[in-house]
Design a protein around this ligand. Structure first.
Ligand code: ADP
Ligand code: ZN
Length: 755
């Protein structure tokens, strides 16, 4: 029962982000413990602020301690491993304590400041209150007098079979008034319980045994011992597309549960969760919980509570699911481990992989990274023997990898085909349709045309608030121009240049136009477009993919969301319509991204009984990355990429620390960034033993987004505690000089530098 506590408060500046000591009133001492959510008075005005208790019986800094206003119930306490995770995030990611707290618990489980009924006393309030419901149960026999009504008899009859929720009773025609009246008589007892939701309850369970192929079995045999030995272990499962990596996961999970341990499965994006959820639910039924951002706050909270209450053995989800409050983890799987979505781009800027590694170490668990195109860093680790390498070299159904053809789009234009779909692809689509097979086409741009350029002054029409071209979307009368960064719209779309009045020429090619061209070429084909615009509604992803799987469409055309992980047996043709722009992206992972994207999408073809083919359209047919991807030769790509990383000094040969600066006035942002660089130079000079190289500051790849200017500093370093302490020192000095008022500074240890 602590008398004083050390509290991390919300909205702290980095420099002031320490634990503040507060007194605990005797009446609160029973409730307060390590990890408690509290409301505390802060600053000169003693305004209420959220906080979390991170130390008990902290030494008072002054005789006059302020007292905690309010404490949340013990059920809302951060416990054990989550508290340690908060400390880990704080140590690694340059976030504030409270940012770390907010990352590890879902919004719905958080609290906010409010006022009590008296209108003056500050109290805590739950962010979500509507996630409980009333449960009624029989408490005493129904008295015979006064004579019970028919409804009362019905209620008692129903409840004699066990407790029921209010919603349940109402479905049987028993109103809340009837139930409450019976409660008043003492016949029924009511309590508030968490709503139970069984998401995806409609998925039928499969009982047949998993039969692994010899190669899959060998992979399983190499990995399974690490589930049992209680030692932390990292392995990379490198298996070609369609080799059945998921089967190996499923078998490992089965074994993990048999050992009484729990499993965490991470997938890179929401579009891939339905498929993984289905495969896990089919196998393991109700004890699978889901955590991803497409759930609403209530669903997410309820699933989280189910995990916290020990009701889940398996958690599947996207990046933030890595913080799931599972206890006794034996296995963590990170599928498609190279994906950038595993790295958070807002505070705390963590990578799910580093958190998973920490949790695996903490639990003595097996961390399994899986991919057909592992990240250069992971494969390098495996080659260096610091991580076990397990390979799957063959496709499950014994099919060869798809045959790939590269089409030169400049030659296509020169030969008189003005369309974006090459003759070769058109022929292939026609044959595929005739054979009643399906096709997937990748185009990483949504909208109709990607830019408007003036025929006279050659200006490209840019967003007024961002330094990017506006994209033409052909919807509604007259269409509209849309900024993909800030959402600014211009409707109807202009015909003339706003600068000089010249005629605007619309160019570039997005998914909407692809859909239109396809419909014109193949009027009989059923075409599905998958991009952010068609999948915005809740569950739209899942529904559209499910109908594609039922072969209700012949061709699916879409952005990157169609490229990864999906497994449809009737797909025998894949087309890459446009990815050239990605080759010119700035980040050091640009080639890896293109290689992985092309290999992955090509790998969607011919996964079952019929062989597959793929066609890649490009304006740069000699490009080595495209050619290696077409050959699906990861080993050759890796050999080339690791040389480039070594020569250029990029990860894994150093860590890249990107400090980004953002503010309203470009001059001030540039000056603040320069000052930060100077401070870094000055502090680094005091520690000549810390290796680092500073580049910049330079303007961001996109200078302005939503009227905010962006600069960046690139620091090549060794990410150890000495470097982190140095950088923390510099951030502190930067704040002391009040520079954040001119440009906020954010540190990212996982960025690829393309910001
Ligand atoms: P990957 O993730 O390696 O690309 P998947 O795990 O999606 O591959 O497997 C590809 C397809 O092969 C899936 O339809 C899967 O059900 C099937 N498959 C793979 N291995 C087996 C197996 N041992 N038994 C039955 N089906 C399998
Ligand atoms: Zn904009």
């Amino acid at each position: 029962m602590p008398k004083t506590v050390g509290v991390a408060v919300s909205h702290a500046a980095f420099h002031f982000d320490k634990l503040y000591t507060y007194a605990v009133m005797p009446a609160q001492q029973d409730q307060v413990r390590l990890g408690s959510m509290v409301l505390v008075p802060f600053g000169r005005g003693s305004r209420p602020r959220m906080g979390v208790v991170l130390a008990c019986d902290a030494e008072p800094e002054s005789a006059k301690l302020k007292a905690v206003f309010d404490v949340a119930p013990a059920s809302a306490c951060l416990t054990g491993e989550l508290l340690d995770l908060v400390r880990f995030l704080k140590a690694r990611t340059f976030c504030t304590w409270y940012e770390a707290v907010k990352a590890v618990i879902p919004y719905g489980a958080q609290y906010k400041p409010a006022l009590a009924a008296d209108g003056v006393t500050p109290v805590l309030q739950k962010q979500l209150t509507r996630h409980t419901e009333t449960l009624y149960r029989l408490a005493a026999p129904l008295p015979e007098k006064p004579r019970p009504t028919a409804k009362q008899l019905a209620a008692v009859a129903l409840l004699s079979g066990g407790p029921r929720t209010q919603a349940d009773l109402e479905e049987h025609g028993i109103s809340r008034a009837v139930a409450e009246n019976l409660c008043a008589k003492g016949v029924l007892a009511a309590e508030r319980v968490n709503k139970s939701i069984d998401l995806y309850a409609h998925i039928p369970q499969k009982t047949e045994q998993l039969e692994l192929t010899a190669e899959q079995q060998a992979a399983y045999d190499a990995l399974a011992p690490h589930l049992a030995d209680g030692q932390p272990h990292t392995a990379l499962l490198y298996g070609v597309t369609g080799s059945g990596k998921t089967l190996v996961f499923l078998k490992l999970i089965e074994q993990c549960l048999a050992l009484g341990k729990k499993a965490l499965v991470l997938v890179p994006e929401i579009s891939l969760t339905p498929q993984m959820i289905r495969r896990l639910k089919e196998r393991f039924g109700r004890r699978v919980a889901v955590q991803h951002s497409a759930l609403n706050h209530t669903e997410r909270l309820l699933q989280w509570q189910m995990i916290q209450d020990g009701g889940a053995d398996i958690v599947v989800g996207t990046r933030s699911a890595v913080f799931a409050p599972l206890e006794g983890i034996g296995l963590i799987v990170i599928d498609e481990e190279q994906e950038h979505t595993y790295r958070s781009e807002s505070a705390p800027r963590y990578s799910a992989q580093e958190v998973a590694r920490w949790r695996a170490a903490h639990n003595g668990a097996l961390l399994l990274l899986a991919s057909a195109t592992p990240s250069t860093e992971s494969f390098y680790e495996a080659q260096a023997g610091r991580c076990q390498l397990v390979r799957l070299t063959q496709r499950y159904a014994g099919q060869p990898l798809p045959a790939v053809q590269i089409v030169d789009m400049r030659a296509e234009l020169a030969a008189g085909n003005p369309r974006e779909i090459s003759l070769a692809l058109e022929d292939a689509l026609r044959e595929n349709l005739a054979a009643h097979k399906q096709a997937i086409l990748l185009l990483n741009r949504r909208g109709y045309q990607t830019m408007a350029q003036c025929e006279d002054c050659r200006e490209v029409l840019k967003c007024p608030k961002c330094s990017v071209p506006m994209v033409y979307h052909k919807d509604g009368a007259g269409g509209r121009l849309l900024c993909h960064y800030c959402g600014t719209q211009i409707a109807p779309r202009p015909a003339v240049c706003p600068a000089c009045g010249g005629k605007l020429q619309y160019r570039g090619f997005g998914t909407q136009k692809a859909e239109e061209e396809l419909a014109a070429l193949f009027p009989e084909a059923r075409i599905l477009r998958m991009d952010q615009d068609t999948t915005a509604a809740k569950d739209a992803h899942e529904k559209l993919l499910a109908s594609f799987a039922r072969h209700e469409y012949d061709i699916m055309v879409g952005t990157q969301m169609v490229a990864k992980g999906l497994d449809f047996e009737d797909v025998t043709l894949v087309g890459v319509l446009g990815i050239d722009s990605l080759l010119f992206a700035q980040g050091f992972r640009a080639y890896e991204t293109v290689f992985s994207l092309v290999t992955q999408v090509v790998g969607r073809s011919g996964r079952a009984s019929s062989p597959g083919r793929a066609i890649i359209q490009t304006t740069d047919p000699g490009n080595p990355v495209i050619n290696l991807a077409a050959a699906q030769d990861y080993d050759a790509f890796f050999a080339q990429e690791i040389e480039y990383r070594k020569l250029g000094l990029y990860p894994p040969f150093c860590s890249l620390c990107i400090v980004s600066f953002a503010g309203k006035k470009e001059g001030e942002v540039a000056a603040a960034a320069a000052r930060f660089a100077a401070l870094l130079g000055q502090e680094a000079a005091k520690h000549p033993d810390i290796p680092l190289r500073v580049l910049g500051p330079t303007p961001g790849s996109i200078l302005m987004i939503n009227e905010i200017y962006r600069y960046k500093l690139t620091v090549k370093c060794r990410n150890d505690k000495h470097f982190r302490a140095l950088l923390r020192q510099v951030l502190g000095l930067y704040e002391q000089e009040k520079l954040p008022a001119k440009a906020s500074a954010a540190v990212d240890m996982h960025s690829d530098g393309d910001i």
